[in-house]
Design a protein around this ligand. Structure first.
Ligand code: GRG
Length: 304
């Protein structure tokens, strides 16, 4: 039948990503208008609209559609996730944390606006994220789903989520750590927010309990995958950005997967994780699962 002919076409992943990223960027632009006091809103917009890959919000939209929801219902939640991701990058780059000068190819927030403003821009984005999802989610989404998504995201960010990963990372600096601890840091610093993005999309989209749990398992695999690939890229890329040199992590004290298990084993681990992630999607209609399947492959093969 004519209306199903699109399913016969190979999935146009680049087009899918570009289209969704554009929608996310428009929604983020509208979510933080330039208003009084100008300095803080400028600083928030500077990092939020600095051109990230938008993987987390796109995962959230894709997961909502996977369970049969309309992606526009979860756009405020998708934006909230990207606001949190951005604030975590602003704070991670601060002189008291990683002290980085560049992020997303541009000077870091504190380099442009000063440290005080960068701290506040992060705080304001964190607060706005929850305000935005609570206030902007439409009446088509039942309140119980929204409350559940708020709790899910809150727990992914706080002292048992991103913050937990960051504190354990800080405390273990300069110490020898094993694979277990490395995994704890990455699960919390990176995987928790990716998981929340996917799970919140499925909750808002009205997924059944077993569907939400399936996408959670999928998300855990891609969360870990994200970091394994990041570590491999750090070793194999000649220069990631100005100021970082090839092989940095093998030379420094920082534990990485290639350092702890060898680059070949790290590559094997990455392909195992893609396999597991795809298995979790087996329950769903193949056409609906295509975006998340391709996203897993994209994370595995990405070059930046
Ligand atoms: C969250 C309250 C709160 C505080 C922040 C600083 C901190 C606590 C946590 C650090 C979290 C962190 C920086 C984790 C690394 C995440 C990561 C893998 C970033 C790179 O993500 P990409 O590749 O980046 O998706 P783009 O720029 O494309 O968005």
């Amino acid at each position: 039948p004519k209306e199903r002919s699109d399913l016969l076409l190979p999935f146009q992943f680049d087009h899918y990503m570009a289209t969704k990223a554009k929608l996310v960027n428009q929604a983020l632009d509208m979510a933080v208008p330039l208003r009084h006091p100008l300095k803080i809103h400028e600083a928030m917009r500077y990092s939020l609209l600095a051109g990230g890959k938008r993987i987390r919000p796109i995962l959230c939209l894709a997961s909502c559609e996977l369970v049969g929801g309309d992606m526009s219902s979860t756009m405020p939640v998708a934006c909230a996730v990207e606001m949190i991701h951005t604030m975590s990058l602003i704070h991670d780059d601060l002189p008291c944390m990683d002290n980085d000068d560049l992020r997303r190819g541009k000077p870091t927030n504190h380099k442009v606006y000063g440290e005080e403003t960068a701290v506040l821009a992060g705080d304001a984005l964190l607060s706005l994220s929850f305000e935005h999802m609570a206030a902007r989610t439409g009446p088509d989404v039942p309140t119980d789903r929204l409350v559940r998504a708020i709790a899910e995201l809150g727990s992914a960010v706080g002292s048992e989520g991103l913050v937990a990963g960051q504190i354990v990372d800080i405390v273990s600096e300069g110490k020898e750590i094993g694979l277990g601890e490395l995994e704890y840091i990455h699960v919390h610093k990176t995987a928790k927010l990716l998981e929340a993005a996917v799970v919140c999309g499925a909750i808002i989209g009205g997924g059944r309990e077993n569907e939400v749990e399936r996408v959670r398992k999928y998300a855990r695999c891609i969360g870990l995958l994200f970091q394994v690939v990041d570590d491999i890229l750090d070793v194999t890329k000649s220069t990631r950005e100005l100021g970082k040199t090839a092989g940095k992590d093998l030379a420094s004290d920082k534990a990485t997967y290639p350092k702890l298990m060898g680059i070949e084993k790290a590559r094997e681990f990455a392909s195992e994780l893609v396999g597991k992630a795809s298995e979790e999607l087996g329950l769903f209609d193949a056409a609906r699962a295509a975006p998340l399947l391709h996203l897993a492959n994209y994370i595995a093969t990405r070059q930046n």
